[in-house]
Design a protein around this ligand. Structure first.
Ligand code: F6R
Ligand code: MN
Length: 195
């Protein structure tokens, strides 16, 4: 039988910290190439290298039926008009789905079907669960003014594939327009920035 420490984790829904579990930290310098506005990115980096997010992951056994989960905490802010975001990834085991549950703050999930490129912006808020199907690139975006915390639960075999996103980024970006989050084609945003 598992010990109670293996069965129970205690997390803080506001900070996203899990007692006794170290968190991976991602700073602005780790997200080079993710934001459309390169000039705004370099200016923000020159002004400091803020923490964008932390993820504490509970990844015990990795058998075929096992589950892993992580608690994320993504800071509020923007680079140009684009809200702070996670790197985003596909699962290495493409069939692996994931469930995200909002804990605090206000944000969205950007979902992109790997084969069609079809994109959806789905709200991520407390008391809401977002189902991320397999074969779907997913990125978390903080559209609010306080840290966005959430839980993500995924098959132990899911793995992270960051390479495809690092090569081509997401097709769409989420920007603030008139005080609201709007999903637009990244190519359109780049055209606007160049003009
Ligand atoms: C796990 C998962 C989340 C993310 C976390 C950070 O499959 O989707 O735990 O790992 O939100 O985002 P990335 O991994 O894209 O930096
Ligand atoms: Mn995932």
């Amino acid at each position: 039988m598992h010990s109670i420490a293996q069965l129970l984790s205690c997390f803080d829904p506001v900070t996203g910290n899990i007692a006794g579990v170290p968190a991976t930290q991602r700073r602005l310098e780790d997200l080079r190439g993710c934001f459309a506005d390169a000039a705004a990115y370099e200016a923000a980096l020159a002004a400091g290298n803020p923490l964008l997010y932390r993820v504490a992951s509970v990844e015990p056994a990795a058998g075929p039926g096992d589950l892993h989960y992580g608690v994320g905490c993504l800071m509020p802010g923007k680079i140009g008009a684009e809200y702070f975001l996670t790197k985003g990834h596909l699962h290495s085991w493409r069939q692996a789905a994931e469930i995200y549950i909002g804990l605090a703050g206000e944000g969205v999930m950007l979902l992109e079907d790997e084969s069609s490129g079809e994109s959806r912006m789905v709200p991520l808020r407390p008391h809401q669960a977002v189902y991320v199907p397999g074969h779907t690139a997913h990125r978390t975006i903080n559209t609010g003014t306080m840290p966005l915390t959430y839980v993500g639960i995924y098959p132990a075999h899911a793995g992270h594939d960051y390479a495809a996103i690092a090569r081509r980024n997401f097709r769409c970006a989420v920007i603030e327009q008139d005080g609201h989050p709007v999903m637009i084609e990244r190519s359109e945003l780049l055209k606007t920035l160049a003009s």
